[in-house]
Unconditional design. Structure first.
Length: 346
């Protein structure tokens, strides 16, 4: 086994261990706490992940083709973590500590950000808002594209860094949101559709019944499929937009597309996500720090070179299955390099 293979195996073990720990916490909350799990909401994702893991095992051990193995297994890891991470955010919100909305709004004023003025601009230019809303809603698709693109291009260690950074960033944002909770701009300013008649922001007040139900104890159901995003500060959407850009930067034909799309997605976060501008700043900082920390932990920051790949042969039908399956579960090709293929991450 060469050094790179050992790195990849260690990274995969750590990723699966982290997912297992997350799922254990969620399960424990249903056993010793007041929560209960809606098992049916995890069924489709569970079946999809089982198939992906089995296919990944086949390509890793039978075909010995690391690229499709990485794409399949990594997609399963992302879906599995998403199914466990959403309930974890629900558990954290149930701490029901005092709301920080007034503080975040004051911070925005201190740095000169006028949220209502931005809403007025979006409402005055509905065609522009359509573009922003599309970018904001591209989260699940981008997650799938990152997994497949990094596997196809042989950036196998970078793919693991992305997944682990995704998970650590999620943990950090959940922890901070529990200690410094906020309901978001829509609830804090008591906005209604009369305030923005020309546009339909993506989130608006969809999460508020869940958020307040978790805080007052009337909601104790943990679900996978169908869970709402309830984190305000820091913005997880912003953090993941930054991670998407960092992950895809070495992929020549996706670099600038990813940068443009995610800059627009981050710009859409205040209106379409109901976030304060301070949420965006905090999310950006957390993403960058987690990316650097995970890269160092995985021994990847020193290697900035593109992987040494051999020509890709006829494409497999498996990558198409990966894309369809992952996109379908909201989480959100491949041909083999030689064993000595190098992976990189910045």
């Amino acid at each position: 086994m060469n050094i790179e293979q050992a790195q990849l195996q260690r990274a995969d073990r750590l990723i699966w261990a982290t997912i297992a720990a997350t799922a254990t916490i969620v399960f424990a909350a249903s056993v010793i706490g007041s929560f209960h799990i809606g098992w049916a909401s995890f069924l489709k994702a569970g079946i999809a992940c089982s198939l992906l893991i089995a296919a990944g095992w086949f390509y890793r051990t039978v075909r010995k083709d690391p690229r499709p193995a990485a794409a399949l297994t990594s997609t399963a890891q992302i879906i599995t973590f998403a199914m466990a991470g959403a309930p974890l955010s629900y558990i954290a919100a149930s701490a029901a500590l005092p709301l920080w909305d007034a503080t975040y709004m004051a911070w925005d004023r201190d740095i000169g950000f006028d949220w209502l003025a931005l809403l007025a601009v979006m409402n005055a230019h509905p065609a522009l808002h359509v573009i922003f809303a599309f970018a904001y809603s591209s989260f699940a698709l981008q997650t799938t594209v990152v997994a497949i693109a990094l596997a196809v291009t042989g950036h196998l260690l970078r793919l693991r860094v992305f997944i682990m950074s995704f998970m650590i960033t999620t943990f950090v944002t959940i922890a901070i949101s529990a200690a410094m909770p906020a309901q978001g701009v829509w609830g804090h300013l008591h906005l209604s559709t009369e305030d923005y008649p020309a546009i339909a922001p993506v989130t608006q007040s969809l999460h508020l019944p869940i958020f307040h139900g978790l805080r007052d104890g009337t909601l104790r159901l943990l679900v996978g499929n169908g869970a709402e995003g309830i984190i305000t500060f820091p913005s997880l959407h912003t953090a993941l937009g930054v991670l998407f850009m960092l992950a895809l930067w070495p992929v020549k034909y996706l670099r600038w597309v990813a940068a443009l799309l995610n800059i627009v997605m981050i710009a859409a976060t205040p209106i379409d996500g109901g976030h304060y501008f301070s949420d965006v700043i905090a999310g950006t900082a957390i993403a960058v720090l987690c990316w650097i920390a995970v890269g160092r932990a995985f021994g990847a920051n020193h290697d900035l070179r593109a992987p040494q790949t051999r020509p890709i042969s006829a494409p497999s039908i498996v990558p198409e299955m990966v894309a369809v399956t992952a996109a379908g579960h909201g989480s959100h090709a491949l041909d083999s390099p030689r064993p000595e293929t190098r992976a990189s991450v910045s």
